[in-house]
Design a binder for this molecule. Structure first.
Ligand SMILES: [Zn+2]
Length: 75
C-alpha cells in the first residue's frame, strides 16, 4: 500500500515522494536526539509545527489511493 507521512497531532501531511525518502533517512538522527532529551520518539521526524503542536511525523497508509484503487475495481 502506498505510504505517506502525517503529523500525529496537527495532521500536516508530507506526500511528496522526495519528502518521504528524506524523512525516512533522517529517522535515526531524530530518534537519537529525542532520546538524548529523555523522550521516546513516536514517529520518524518532528513536525514542521513541532513547537506549536508537539506532534511527530508518522508513516500512515495513504487511504485516498487505496479508495481510488477500490473504486477502480468496481464493475
Ligand atoms: Zn504537527
Amino acid at each position: 500500500m502506498p505510504k505517506k507521512l502525517r503529523c500525529d497531532r496537527c495532521g500536516l501531511e508530507l506526500s511528496d515522494r522526495d519528502d518521504v525518502g528524506l524523512a525516512l533517512e533522517g529517522e535515526d538522527a531524530w530518534h537519537a536526539s529525542a532520546r538524548s532529551w529523555g523522550g521516546e520518539p513516536r514517529g520518524v521526524l518532528p513536525c514542521e509545527n513541532y513547537l506549536r503542536c508537539g506532534g511527530e511525523i508518522v508513516v500512515v497508509p495513504d487511504w485516498r489511493l487505496r479508495v481510488k484503487w477500490f473504486l477502480s475495481r468496481r464493475p
